[in-house]
Design a protein around this ligand. Structure first.
Ligand SMILES: Cc1cc2nc3c(=O)[nH]c(=O)nc-3n(C[C@H](O)[C@H](O)[C@H](O)COP(=O)(O)OP(=O)(O)OC[C@H]3O[C@@H](n4cnc5c(N)ncnc54)[C@H](O)[C@@H]3O)c2cc1C
Length: 290
């Protein structure tokens, strides 16, 4: 999949135009600029510094500090933006206590600056550690949300637990290959599970729900549930995916765009293309200006 474009770009140390559809740029300045532009169109920004599965504490501490600095910059610029962190980016693979310390440092800075921290959810081996860390952070600082995955069979039980806590949840279908005994595999089963989780969340959550999906059917279901229960919700989609729909929905609902940035963009770009071949066509069209 490595094209001449991407190979040349890696050598030159820049993000090629083909990947720029999905990634804001390499620097904090690039993601802040993206947040400014989204703000002009009524869409909030969730800034994710690309990085995951660090085996040593060094890179995790580096990303922790980068997020703290970014939260300072977001507050100083008065931007409608939040950050989203991955547990393995903050050191979970190197030890749960390292992850918890780093997460606390990011959440504490967000609390001091009136900011907000989302915690992404990785594969099922990390679910308990992630939910436990979320529970502690939200109790101590507030201003935190956690992602839950509808494909995991445990998620309805997790939602019951999370409904008792302050903080927000982001419901997604789930991006990881999981064992059959733990996760729904067929697309229809995952969609049904997603709707069931939405029903439960809209009935039970007062802190707010984020619908992390590009699927028009799931978004429509969430809007129906919102109309029935009045529960606050927002729609979250990725940079580069259904952006026209994002801007249109933002006329009526809260919409946040999840915006990756940083030097580790290559594997993220490949994942977007691997999950949907059309993404490559879209990206190519953007490069060719058509
Ligand atoms: C903001 C955000 C945060 C996320 N965070 C996490 C996380 O922390 N952990 C995790 O496991 N997963 C996360 N995910 C990924 C998620 O789990 C799914 O893998 C991903 O969103 C694909 O599912 P979907 O609901 O968007 O739609 P799909 O089931 O992939 O597609 C359903 C329909 O949506 C529309 N659609 C989907 N993609 C496109 C496209 N590229 N262009 C046009 N239409 C499209 C089409 O109509 C399609 O038929 C996140 C997703 C988002 C949007």
């Amino acid at each position: 999949m490595t094209t001449v474009f991407t190979r040349a770009a890696i050598v030159a140390g820049v993000i090629p135009p083909i990947a720029r559809r999905f990634v804001a740029g390499e620097t904090p300045a690039a993601v802040l600029e993206r947040a400014r532009r989204l703000d002009e169109r009524g869409v909030g920004c969730i800034c994710n510094r690309l990085g995951e599965h660090y085996e040593r504490p060094g890179p995790a501490v580096e990303d922790r500090d980068a997020y703290r600095a970014l939260l300072d910059d977001i507050a100083a610029a008065g931007l409608d933006a939040r950050v989203s962190v991955k547990p393995s980016q903050l050191g979970l693979d190197a030890g749960e206590s390292l992850f918890r310390e780093n997460l606390a440092a990011v959440v504490e800075r967000a609390a001091a600056r009136g900011g907000f921290v989302w915690i992404d959810m990785e594969d099922h081996t990390t679910t308990d550690a992630t939910l436990d860390a979320f529970e502690d952070s939200v109790a101590e600082y507030g201003g935190v949300g956690v992602c839950v995955q509808a494909n995991l069979k445990r998620t309805p039980d997790d939602l019951e637990r999370l409904a008792e806590l302050p903080g927000k949840i982001r419901l997604v279908k789930g991006a990881y290959d999981e064992p059959t005994e733990l996760a729904h595999q067929e697309r229809e089963r995952v969609d049904d599970a997603y709707r069931d989780c939405l029903d439960l969340a809209f009935e039970r959550f007062e802190g707010g729900i984020a619908v992390g999906s590009h699927d028009p059917a799931m978004i429509e279901h969430a809007i129906e549930r919102h109309e029935a229960h009045g529960t606050d919700f927002e729609i979250q989609m990725l940079m580069g995916v259904r952006e026209d729909a994002q801007y249109e929905l933002a006329d009526e609902y809260d919409v946040d765009q999840y915006v990756p940035y940083g030097g580790r963009w290559l594997s993220y770009f490949y994942r977007r293309v691997a999950e949907r071949r059309e993404n490559l066509t879209f990206a190519l069209r953007a490069v060719l200006g058509r």
